[in-house]
Design a protein around this ligand. Structure first.
Ligand SMILES: [Mn+2]
Length: 239
């Protein structure tokens, strides 16, 4: 079976519970569509679990994108040279990351030893910008957010990270006539015309799977879909 999950945002217990609910085995594949870290406290633990599993395929989210350069900086020894590299770019990057809930991840990152930190950095650098999969004769394109400057014939390789990671797609528009576009990034409660709060959204060849697990104190769930059966799975955010 092939499963997709997204925007886990540090909800480690929810992630583990979901793996149990779907009963993920070595014969299955799980795509994780980015934003594993930030907001919730367990993002690094989730990454450490994911990297041990050959059948979990990670896709880059904007939060990992913002984190990677900061993590590289934070993993340096403080020397005269490293202070010289503390340029405006890295300061701005750290502030922007903190503004979107990165502090919990920074705190978690600080508790790792240098080797563990490097493993996290190396792992995030392996994340792809998109994935494609065919399941039971149906084609799926998976990206974290959307496809800016979309053209049906434009190869996915041709899109820049900022066209894939930051902007939401138009859910009222069919992108690929014969493929489904699977995305996270925007909690489905924010999709216009969607009456099903915190449920996976399906329509116009879209499958939107961020069910708002990072929406603290106002419901929110971690969602997961099985592409073979269309079955949906949910874990309430109890944090
Ligand atoms: Mn996002």
């Amino acid at each position: 079976m092939v499963y997709c999950m997204s925007d886990i945002h540090g909800y480690y217990e929810g992630y583990l519970e979901m793996l149990e609910i779907i009963n993920l085995t070595d014969d299955d594949t799980l795509f994780v569509l980015g934003d594993v870290i930030d907001r919730g406290k367990g993002g690094i633990k989730i990454l450490q679990d994911m990297m041990m599993r050959f059948n979990v395929i990670p896709i880059l989210g904007n939060h990992e994108y913002m984190a990677i350069n900061c993590m590289k900086f934070l993993n340096q020894e403080i020397t005269e040279d490293s202070i010289k590299t503390l340029d405006e770019g890295i300061v701005r990057g750290l502030m922007e990351w903190q503004n979107v809930g990165g502090q919990v991840t920074i705190d978690e990152f600080h508790k790792l030893n240098a080797e563990e930190k490097q493993d996290i950095i190396d792992y995030i650098e392996e994340f792809s910008l998109f994935e494609e999969v065919t399941v039971k004769g149906k084609d799926y394109v998976m990206v974290h957010a959307g496809l800016v400057n979309f053209e049906p014939d434009r190869p996915l390789d041709d899109y820049h990270y900022y066209e894939l990671l930051f902007k939401v797609p138009d859910y009222s528009r069919v992108y690929y006539e014969n493929k489904y576009l699977v995305t996270g990034h925007l909690p489905t409660r924010c999709i216009q015309g969607n009456n099903y709060q915190d449920k996976i959204f399906k329509g116009n060849n879209h499958i939107a799977i961020d069910c708002g697990s990072a929406c603290k104190g106002e419901g929110g769930r971690l969602g997961c879909i099985c592409l073979d059966t269309g079955e949906e799975f949910y874990v309430d955010n109890k944090e």
